[in-house]
Design a protein around this ligand. Structure first.
Ligand code: UT7
Length: 334
């Protein structure tokens, strides 16, 4: 097998943020016909954090970014670009990246939003990596942030129990040529799954009208089983291909950090990939599915649990609306 590509880009800092308010399964039992037992056994979720009214995605993103900047001990204007992965931008325009730039006081910086639902953090990570690997930029701030509670129908028990609000940010920089950093990635989209998970209105197809509001079209709609089956199959398939291309087996992975949509999807992927059980990071019990926020939040969980250390071989994986699928291989570097 060929030697893995040498990393040119590394993660130099990580910061996360979740709003303080916690919504437990017991709280949801009072809102829709559900039970704590059903939610835990089908998803693994026990509680999730929910933003207060008026708190938008850019607010969560800024807090996560500030934590990453503090960890790296640099000022906001020492960043060259900001990429925000989100499906819940503050507004359709301006982009959340512009709002984050302004709130951080990051003068002279450019940026944009990236829409890839639950794969947005991985897609943004790879996009930022290219700017640095190509020599255009020195530092890129990559953020995954969503206020999913702003697009949830709290009369639909099949979706409202699944999601939470949260954000994570990393700073990307050139690698020190020490083998640490982003090694390789594989991404894939399959638009045939578009109607399995989507928000029907609010875009150019169905602009907001009284009718779209009455028909509850401004909320997340999901065919859970279709998404579940696709996720279980495709996430592991793409990870397998990525490992194989790098001459690796699942058992070589020190830390597996997957998107947190359903504990059963995570465990099925881990089993299929032959991962060591202790390598699998799960925090869905505390945060639910925070869409673009899950992977950096799970990085932080792994760090806090002492499972993610400099030099560890890490596999990141995601599946989301679109469908979008992503897998990234890296050696942890901060
Ligand atoms: O991050 C983006 C990607 N999203 C995903 O990866 C989500 C993938 N899908 C899933 O995780 C699962 O499909 C769900 C957790 C959403 C649902 O689990 P499921 O095992 O697929 O349940 P189901 O949709 O087949 O529903 C089974 C039953 C139904 O009742 P009947 O028809 O059997 O009587 C539902 O009405 O469970 C019922 N149900 C509930 N019962 C109590 C659905 N939601 C609830 C609920 N509480 N919250």
């Amino acid at each position: 097998m060929a030697n893995p590509p040498r990393p040119k880009v590394k993660i130099s800092a990580l910061g996360t943020y979740v709003p303080p308010r916690v919504l437990t399964n017991a709280d949801l039992e009072k809102v829709v016909e559900t039970t704590d037992e059903w939610i835990i056994s089908r998803t693994g979720i026990r509680e999730r954090h929910i933003a207060e009214k008026g708190m938008a995605t850019s607010d969560l993103a800024v807090e996560a970014a500030k934590n990453a900047l503090a960890e790296r001990a640099i000022a906001a204007d020492e960043i060259d670009a900001i990429i925000v992965g989100t499906v819940t931008p503050d507004m359709l325009f301006p982009s959340t990246a512009c709002l984050v730039q302004y709130k951080l006081g990051a003068k002279g910086v450019w940026g944009f939003d990236l829409s890839a639902a639950c794969s947005a953090f991985l897609y943004a990570l790879q996009t930022g990596t290219q700017f640095i690997a190509g020599g255009a930029h020195k530092r890129v701030l990559v953020i995954g942030a969503d206020v999913m509670s702003s697009i949830l129908d709290y009369t639909d028990r099949a979706t409202c129990i699944l999601f939470g609000d949260g954000a994570g940010a990393v700073i990307l920089e050139a690698s020190d040529n020490d083998g640490l950093g982003i090694i390789d990635f594989m991404h894939e989209v399959d638009g045939s799954g578009g109607c399995a998970l989507y928000m029907p209105a609010g875009g150019s197809l169905h602009p907001a009208t009284h009718e779209t509001v009455d028909k509850r079209m401004h909320y997340v709609h999901q065919d859970g089983q279709t998404v579940f089956k696709f996720a279980v199959k495709k996430q592991a398939e793409l990870c397998e291909k990525l490992l194989c291309r790098n001459g690796l087996k699942g058992s070589d992975i020190d830390v597996f950090i997957p998107h947190q949509a359903n504990q059963r999807i995570i465990l099925a992927s881990a089993e299929r990939l032959g991962l060591k059980p202790e390598s699998v990071i799960i925090n869905i019990d505390r945060f639910g599915n925070t869409t673009a926020g899950t992977i950096p939040l799970a990085m932080e969980t792994a760090r806090q649990e002492g499972k993610l250390k400099k030099g560890h071989l890490v596999l990141l994986a995601s599946v989301g609306a679109g469908f979008t699928v992503g897998a990234t291989l890296l050696r942890w570097s901060c």
